[in-house]
Design a binder for this molecule. Sequence first.
Ligand SMILES: [Zn+2]
Ligand SMILES: [Zn+2]
Length: 343
Amino acid sequence: MTPQFHPGLVNGPFDDPAVYVDFLYERRALLFDLGDIRALPPRKILRLTHIFISHTHIDHFIGFDHLLRLCLGRDKRLHLFGPPGFTARVEHRLASYTWNLVESYPVDFTLVAAELHPDGRSISAEFHCCNRFRRENERTEQLQDGILLDEEAFRIRTSFLDHKTVCLAYALEEKDHVNIMKNRLLKLGLPTGPWLGELKRAILRGEPDDTRFRAWWHAAGGVVERYFSLGELKETILQVVPGQKIAYVTDAAYTPANAARIVDLARGVDYLFIEAAFLDAERERAGERHHLTALQAGLLARRAGVARAIPFHFSPRYEGMEDRLREEFGVWQAQGVAETEGP
Ligand SMILES: [Zn+2]
Ligand SMILES: [Zn+2]
């Protein structure tokens, strides 16, 4: 099965954080963090529908203006997520420009900013270009299990880390794929039709195998119906493939609480993007700055049992010493390291 999501760092490991996640079957993409994104071609930026920002230190949010400028005058609704205080920061960024001529734009570019609170509240506000980006339509919702976006194909979950300010880690969890084996359908004399979509949704909702399921289609004499158990259909015409998982973790102190949350969020993911800011020889300095060392990041990746780990956000002080950071981080794959080592 071809993976549906293709994640990658926008910049080199010493440059601003941003991970772009491209969708295979749609002209759509997601972004984790909004550092300098000028390396992305405009057509890729315009594909973005949701941007998940960890926190608003300047290297994680400076791409906002570039994004805004590209989107102006387009018929687009863009969702931004961030930590407590985020909607006011978006409001202030927008308020720093003069918008007296935008009413004449034929289309309405809209930003929807949501700030996520550790108590589960999500407070969002809209900013419409045609209304000069005034704050409006404020809403408060309650998140369940940190899930801030739940679509048919995937969900996004957040976890709250401590970086001497709230810093959000995110995970994209693709739901299981249900593939229909067309040759088997033919053999059973079952035509394709909307019932297959209903069947996929029933499987993804996790309905039990003994559920009676109606296959139906239009034929010359009217609607034809046949009934099966879901279990029977699973065995004969379906293949269920587990979805991919991607986690994005940055700017976190190596504390027991952070470590537990990171491992929990990233457990078994296909891709873990994780900051590896300092060499472990400067562990103390990393602690003062509330960042992870490469070794700490590697140990967390190891504890989470990830399939691939990609370090980034190297401190510029190690320019020319990238190999040493990568070598330390390599502990995530090393043999014979105590699984329990941690903060
Ligand atoms: Zn930071
Ligand atoms: Zn940072």
